[in-house]
Design a protein around this ligand. Sequence first.
Ligand code: PLP
Length: 424
Amino acid sequence: PLTPRSSSTSINHDTHETYECRVGREKTLQIALKKANEHVDAANIDDYMSQRACLVGDMGEVYRQHKRWKQNLPRVTPHYAVKCNPDPVVLRLLANLEAHFDCASMPEIETVLAHGVHPTKIIFAHPRKEISQARAAIKSGVLRMTTDSEQDLVNARDYFPEAEFLVRISTDDSGSKCQLGSKFGAGEPFDTPQKLLGMGKEWGLKFTGVSFHIGSNSSDPSAFIKAVANSRAIFNYAAELGYDFKVLDVGGGFTNDLFEEMADHLNRALAQYFPSPTVEIIGEPGRFYVGSAYVLAAQVTGTRDVKDPFERVVGCQYDINEGNYGLLASTISDHQEVIPQVLRKRDPTYAPTTYRVFGPTCDAWDNPVDSYNASDKISYGDWVYFEGMGAYTYPCATEFNGNPKAKAYHVSSEMEASARLGWA
Ligand code: PLP
């Protein structure tokens, strides 16, 4: 049974609850839905703030993913990619689990430092950062950074020469849903890593290793093999120039479904190309840690039938109080495909109907689901939920049209996670 253990309220008015229950994904969904149902029960038509959508994160799931990483990739120190979901509860949990962090900006660095994380556990993994941010990072003790361009090195030479650079190389990211190669990575048609290392040598800059990212949400485990092999070539070239490379950063791109296979490919590549334990191997997982840990529930706030000229219903559409300008921004920026499910099942005999789903704003582009077959009737006032809503959702949400972000709750399906959070 699900037994609430404790409850407290944070400054964000987010409720934290921990439930004693067994390990497993079903339990994550079960406790998230239980919390969402409580939110629904408490919603009140005389209080519009209580009717908004809600996001439930299971910190037990985040804890399990961290353990899974440690078990499968013992050589690779995870640096959680804060950009993916900077939920302060996640950061607190991971900081208490001695995790390291990948920050993309100085504000992220400040947030992580405020959780008591030592600056040497942070990488500023933006290859082309603003000078003021790089200087502030160094002042705060964060020296490790990535770089991929001549201009960034010119900036470093003139304004932040203390930086310890990993050269970010380009990869084959064709197997990923969110490709990063058009913007990041040294290599044709941009400056090559070899050229950047040569400049660094000339200007006395410190290069300590290589970083890469195979693209986010990858379905190609073999991308790690190619990228690790290419990194080895850059390590060898750097040695010829007189550098002493010590760090390989294998980036993010890990997915829940393919994680073990990806880890296996990566481990084999590391054993082949980087057999020496003196090379520090780090990774920057984001999605893998938090994607599966969150469920979003939203209410149906409008319905319309689509009719043919003979008044026959040929389709249905409905609006919900969360959309592309809110947490479902991930359907655009992260190419996430979502299928709403009915929060409380009612009519199992219902014939599947095709629905189109719109978000709450006065913008027709706010259309997170174009067409799906619902196996339950959707009526005005119903609540629907979406699984897998932890990655690139909350931080990408806006308050366009004045709509507040979804209310966030935290639960824990693991007592160890609860203890680390100080809830138990
Ligand atoms: N590291 C860098 C530099 C990134 O740009 C990203 C995502 O864009 C990540 C790590 C996290 O990637 P993922 O969520 O695929 O693990």
